[in-house]
Write a protein that binds this ligand. Structure first.
Ligand SMILES: [Fe+2]
Length: 160
């Protein structure tokens, strides 16, 4: 039987099993600034060939309400708080499928929001006048995370 101290220490380390599985101890990954002020993410997995990413996203209530377009679909499981789009609201415990091609503007609830997001394709953000503000893709998130020492858990994982 493993000694307790060793077991507790192992629980803090990311794990890479011989069968190819990756166990990310998400608590150990620092939050990295995302695309808008007051938004933070942790990159949990990615695949460039499919422009796919899995992220924890934390949005503070002060984050600006600006429109964005999903070039591909995005799925989100809301862990804390919530937000509203033009057609309704989503709250903790909800799972949302945001269809590819949709443009909408989130209004973050007063308690903010933390969600687990699965993104396919890029997300384009727009200024209030409709001009393109920027695009978030997998490479941008990797670069941001690396610069924040928040990518080491995926550095040696084989991904496209
Ligand atoms: Fe969205």
């Amino acid at each position: 039987m493993a000694n307790t101290a060793q077991t507790q220490s192992d629980q803090l380390k990311h794990a890479y099993w011989p069968d190819g599985s990756t166990i990310v101890r998400a608590e150990q990954v620092p939050w990295t600034e995302w695309a808008l002020p007051g938004t933070w993410f942790k990159l949990l997995d990615y695949d460039r060939n499919r422009s796919y990413s899995v992220i924890l996203l934390r949005i503070e209530p002060t984050a600006p309400a600006t429109p964005h377009k999903h070039i591909g679909a995005a799925n989100a499981y809301i862990l804390e708080g919530g937000f509203s789009y033009e057609h309704g609201e989503v709250r903790a415990g909800d799972f949302m499928v945001e269809a590819g091609g949709v443009t909408h503007t989130p209004q973050i609830h007063s308690d903010g929001c933390v969600l687990l997001g699965f993104m396919y394709g890029v997300v384009a953000g727009f200024e209030e006048d409709g001009s393109l503000a920027g695009v978030v893709d997998v490479d941008w998130m990797i670069d941001q995370a690396r610069a924040n020492d928040a990518f080491a858990h995926l550095e040696d994982v084989v991904r496209t």
